[in-house]
Design a protein around this ligand. Structure first.
Ligand SMILES: [Zn+2]
Length: 264
């Protein structure tokens, strides 16, 4: 499909690889092109600054140190801009939310409608997530309690606006924890099933890696099909075989069966 590609700055295969390394399931061509454009914009800005720095030092050769300094300056300026921007209170989407709110849903209290305009950036666990207003970029740290008690149920929610840096730190910490957890699972799986793994076809190994990347949360076959771009039949056969060799187990859950690694 070479003829279709628009003028690209970086080899498009490298861009795809860069995105895939973030564990993306599939990457659309327009996403790769968009990242290419962004990288070109940032790269041009940094290269321009590095050239200025070299000139400033009366050199005709632009050195690695000029590039590094130009990047540091770019990053620094960018961070200052972001810190000054957020949190804003006059946003047309989330401006009415205020800095913080606590509600008791059992007492028929509700969040303002504007809360619905926020997008979930990440669930850290069942009772804690991070949301963001994509109009102004403000992050909201949300906590939930839902204990399902029959006689005195507790069902509450709380959100608070947090600075971008705090939100990004939370995301980075979560990434690091997940990475660590993945490594632990991977190590354990290889310890337990090392000999069997060597005999498995590629699709089955991809499915095992998929379970590891999902931190062995239960998954439906349909999700595996979609994320790994495999046919229904391939996934069914692979799962049946992985169950037969006792690497994977089935969990009954409505409305369909889910799967996970047996031990890890
Ligand atoms: Zn907003």
């Amino acid at each position: 499909m070479k003829g279709e590609e628009i003028d690209v700055f970086f080899p498009i295969a490298s861009i795809y690889r860069l995105i895939r390394e973030m564990n993306a399931g599939k990457v659309s061509k327009s996403a790769a092109n968009e990242l290419d454009i962004i990288l070109e914009e940032i790269g041009t800005e940094i290269a321009k600054r590095a050239t200025e720095l070299a000139k400033h030092a009366s050199r005709i050769t632009v050195k690695a140190e000029d590039m590094r300094l130009a990047f540091e300056q770019w990053r620094c300026r960018h961070q200052v801009e972001r810190q000054n921007q957020i949190p804003r209170n006059n946003c047309p989407s989330c401006g009415t939310l205020g800095d913080r709110m606590y509600v008791d849903f059992e007492a028929n209290q509700h969040f303002p409608d504007a809360f619905k305009s926020l997008t979930v950036v990440r669930w850290f666990n069942d009772c804690h997530d991070l949301r963001r207003c994509f109009t102004c970029g403000t992050y909201y740290d949300c906590d939930w309690v839902d204990d399902n008690e029959i006689f005195s149920p507790t069902h509450t929610g709380e959100y608070k606006r947090i600075p971008v840096d705090d939100a990004e730190r939370m995301l980075r910490t979560d990434d690091a924890e997940k990475r660590k957890r993945k490594q632990q699972i991977r190590r354990k799986v290889h310890e337990l099933y090392g000999a069997i793994l060597k005999t498995l076809p590629e699709d089955e190994m991809r499915i095992i890696n998929y379970f590891i990347n999902k931190l062995n949360n239960y998954v439906e076959p349909a999700e595996i099909e979609k994320d790994l771009a495999l046919t229904k039949e391939t996934v069914e056969n692979a799962l049946a075989h992985l169950m037969q060799v006792r690497v994977v187990m089935q969990i009954e859950s409505s409305p369909c069966m889910k799967y996970a690694l047996r031990d890890y």
